[in-house]
Design a protein around this ligand. Sequence first.
Ligand code: NAD
Length: 486
Amino acid sequence: MKEIKHFINGEYVVSESGRVFDDVSPVTGEKIATVHEGGQTEIDRAAAAARKALDGDWGYMPVAERMALLHKVADGINERFEEFLAAECEDTGKPRSMASHIDIPRGAANFKTFADLVKNVPTESFHMDTPDASGALNYAIRRPKGVVGVISPWNLPLLLMTWKVGPALACGNTVVVKPSEETPQTTALLGEVMNDAGIPKGVYNVVHGFGPDSAGAYLTAHKEVDALTFTGETRTGTAIMKAAADGIRDVSFELGGKNPAIIFADADLDKAVEGTMRSAFANCGQVCFGTERVYVERPVYEAFVRRLKEGAEGLKMGPSQDPDVNFGPLISQEHRDKVVGYYRLAEKEGATVVTGGGVPGMPDEYAGGAWVQPTIWTGLADDARVVREEIFGPCCHIRPFDSEDEVVRLANDTEYGLAATVWTQDLSRANRVVRRLEAGLLWVNSWFLRDLRTPFGGMKMSGIGREGGVHGLEFYSELSNVCIKL
Ligand code: NAD
């Protein structure tokens, strides 16, 4: 049985308390690893190691040298691609076809992209006139924020963790990472890559565990942690923000969503159906900017519902390694209970179940897995809980609309503001509509098309701040102004 340890100050260590928990396969329900659960002691050690590295080799390393090391980290992930891929698929149950195209390559790319970016981004300078005519010169300097606490979720474990660790290290910070208890493997494995690349001890630390009364809460409360970056549920973000208030520490949050897709009658229907198939069902619906509300202009409503149903019923469910599989399980039985709870609620709220709505029968060897059917509903009221609350499962509600104003109002009628997708061949209309949509990520005739140089983040209850490109530098570095009187 595999044993997953903490990675502190460049070494794999077990918990002082001896506490462990199980890492369970979502595909079979069987235990795949024993994971050490960190407590206050491990967080103290990790934070102290991170502080020491910040004040030592890493903090004072020339930028070019630091960037070269981060390139080596990316290369190291790619060299061990198969190992990362196997670990990620084992923890999440997602199809290899997805993890090999998205999770692992993008996980590696995050280190190169941010290293190159930091090397090339200038800061501002202003010459200022003064009464004595000699003038003054202002220029800005960036410095690392310090020790950054990184708390990451389970849906895209390596990708979303490195999306934060990449820019944090590129800006010269050190990190203590608390990966999701559901998916500890790739974050732990990255420690070996860091050592092999020559990243100094203490720059990258990992402590496993849960949230409340465990490693997550101890990390967010720790005095040595200067800033907290978190991806996960809005409710967890609220708890972390309260912890961050002590010591006035900065936060960057990527939180939940209830994202709309809008399909106008003039859209290329093939592409709109294919795109919505992915946005609703990819990763078993466990993508933060996935679509759970679909609004279709009335002339194409019936055709769209029929075609999405056909698509959903054509998905092939099964284990990661099967090359034909494009639909895996949910992350855990606990999450399945939540999703199936919404499936029951939809019926109570009066939904028409177009397809799915339950738990599929699986062969014996997978019967213990967290499988659910891809599900489509119609006929719910706009105030139904199923239409308003984030489910984070492979399901969507489809509703017809008749005008641009109506659909903009419906799409914005949510406390969230993460992503929205618009399908139309009329680019003037697309531009008009997206400018009125309250979301941080706006896609036209596409979904999950991401250029890492662009801003990423949500409005309203979907987050605080923007990461990606130069925008991440606002969070991962401190900007100071120097004013020299000439
Ligand atoms: P979660 O909030 O349950 O857990 C995320 C992480 O927070 C885990 O590591 C967990 O252990 C930790 N945690 C939980 N309680 C904590 C506490 N009190 N203090 C400190 N840490 C704590 O989220 P999840 O279930 O892992 O992920 C799914 C959620 O993440 C969904 O809501 C989804 O929309 C959101 N998400 C958002 C984005 C985005 O970019 N906006 C991306 C992916 C996922």
